[in-house]
Design a protein around this ligand. Structure first.
Ligand SMILES: [Zn+2]
Ligand SMILES: [Zn+2]
Length: 260
């Protein structure tokens, strides 16, 4: 029983074969898929997808890359309205990403703060995307009262020290397919972090694990991520998958994992 806590199944990449992808993931033993929004449009699609499939849950969010233009209050009103839909289990993805030189750190921070407050108001966890922006991320979390927040660092890309800082704040680390890449720091981090803080994701359509690297990713591949964690932790696949499914049920509160 595998869980993919971050999969963009609502993206157009799956418009031609979404049914088949869902069937494939069900056959592969994936029992929970969480589909994050990156803007109003994808958040709406995510909510629709969650309504159509029992094992799919939605996140409503605004990716830091989508904050470079001036945003109207309509955007936040639309997101707040969508966030009250059934099966919305978190606000995400939201966060900071300074990877590209033309990014707008202040606009990203403003949007991030507004969405953290939305999550607090709605009592929902947050799904955070952070790349090359950890210092500012911790500053914003502190200023926005992190003790009233809970959530996930999705596609965790920090170092071991950053991993410890995140778990000390009570955040879970979600491990993507890059754990299978040769130069990944993730195996060392996974060894040092208790299984209680770990989740699995594919971030499909991106970041396909070995041996599918470079191809379109799909939720069925979360099995390979789970296997990688099991071998690093010296646990059986069954124990690992069970522990991670419990973690997902814990953080997403209202989602019932469907039994096959
Ligand atoms: Zn992301
Ligand atoms: Zn994503």
């Amino acid at each position: 029983m595998y869980v993919d806590v971050h999969c963009h199944l609502s993206f157009p990449d799956y418009d031609d074969d979404r049914e088949e992808i869902v069937r494939e993931m069900t056959d592969a033993g994936v029992r929970l898929l969480v589909d994050p929004g990156i803007d109003v449009e994808t958040s709406r699609k995510s909510v629709e997808l969650a309504a159509a499939y029992p094992m799919i849950y939605a996140n409503v969010g605004l990716h830091p890359h989508e904050t470079s233009a001036e945003l109207s209050t309509d955007t936040y009103d639309d997101l707040a309205r969508l966030a009250t839909a059934p099966k919305v289990v978190a606000i995400g993805e939201i966060g900071l990403d300074y990877h590209y030189p033309d990014c707008h750190p202040h606009r990203q921070q403003d949007a991030f703060r507004i969405l953290l407050r939305m999550a607090r108001t709605l009592d929902l966890p947050v799904v955070i995307h952070c790349r090359d922006a950890w210092d500012d991320l911790f500053t914003v979390l502190r200023e926005e009262n992190h003790s009233a927040l809970r959530g996930i660092m999705h596609c965790f890309s920090g170092d071991a020290d950053t991993a410890r800082r995140c778990t000390a704040l009570g955040f879970m680390l979600s491990i993507p397919g890059t754990v299978t890449y040769k130069r990944s720091l993730l195996p060392e981090i996974i060894r040092s972090i208790p299984i209680e803080h770990l989740l699995t994701e594919t971030d499909s359509p991106y970041l396909s694990p070995v041996p599918y690297r470079g191809k379109r990713n799909r939720p069925a591949h979360v099995r390979l991520v789970t296997e990688a964690i099991a071998s690093i932790k010296n646990m059986t696949i069954g124990e690992t998958a069970h522990a991670i499914a419990e973690n997902a049920a814990g953080i997403f509160g209202n989602c019932r994992l469907t039994d096959a």
